[in-house]
Design a protein around this ligand. Structure first.
Ligand SMILES: [Zn+2]
Ligand SMILES: [Zn+2]
Length: 178
């Protein structure tokens, strides 16, 4: 082998080695870039997963709050309805009591008017007060008039009393003397 051939062979080998080194370097870069890409993808995936977790937690909290809000509103609505019903019942009761009191007062007034009606004397025609057993002018006794149905005449003051009364409502004389 000539010295020229030797050096040409060395140069060729060196060029090959340089090409190998370049190729190796490119390969290293490619691997590093691939690793970097992979790391970025992993980080991106982790970020996405974290965001999704946070969104899920937020959604769950919002749903819980919405349920709690609905329940509170329903409770308030129920309480409001019950209060209104109680108030309406109390109002009805009060109105019924007032109406009953009014009717009772009217009945008592009618009874009083009936009881305290003056009576005309048969002899002198004077109108005597209801509680006079005899005419104030001529002394004629109040004529016993047959009591209306369901009533009885007091033997003492002649007032008519309801059958329900055991004694005269005016002078307390018992209906049936013993
Ligand atoms: Zn008289
Ligand atoms: Zn009487």
């Amino acid at each position: 082998m000539s010295p020229g051939g030797f050096s040409a062979r060395r140069a060729k080998l060196a060029a090959e080695a340089a090409a190998h080194a370049r190729a190796w370097g490119e390969h290293e870069e490619w691997v590093a870039a691939a690793e970097a890409r992979e790391r970025e993808q992993r980080e991106e995936a982790a970020r996405t997963a974290e965001l999704q977790r946070e969104a899920a937690v937020r959604r769950e909290r919002e749903q819980r709050e919405a349920v709690a809000r609905r329940e509170r509103e329903q409770r308030e609505e129920t309480a409001r309805r019950e209060r209104e019903q109680r108030e309406a019942a109390a109002r009805r009761e009060r109105e019924q009591r007032e109406e009953a009191a009014r009717l009772e007062a009217e009945r008592l007034a009618r009874e009083k008017e009936e009881r305290e009606r003056p009576w005309p004397c048969e002899r002198c025609s004077l109108n005597n007060a209801w509680n006079c057993a005899a005419c104030e002018v001529c002394g004629a006794p109040r004529v016993a008039v047959a009591p209306p149905a369901g009533q009885w005449g007091c033997s003492s003051c002649t007032v008519f009393n309801s059958e329900a009364e055991a004694a005269c409502t005016v002078c307390s004389t018992p209906r049936f003397r013993k």
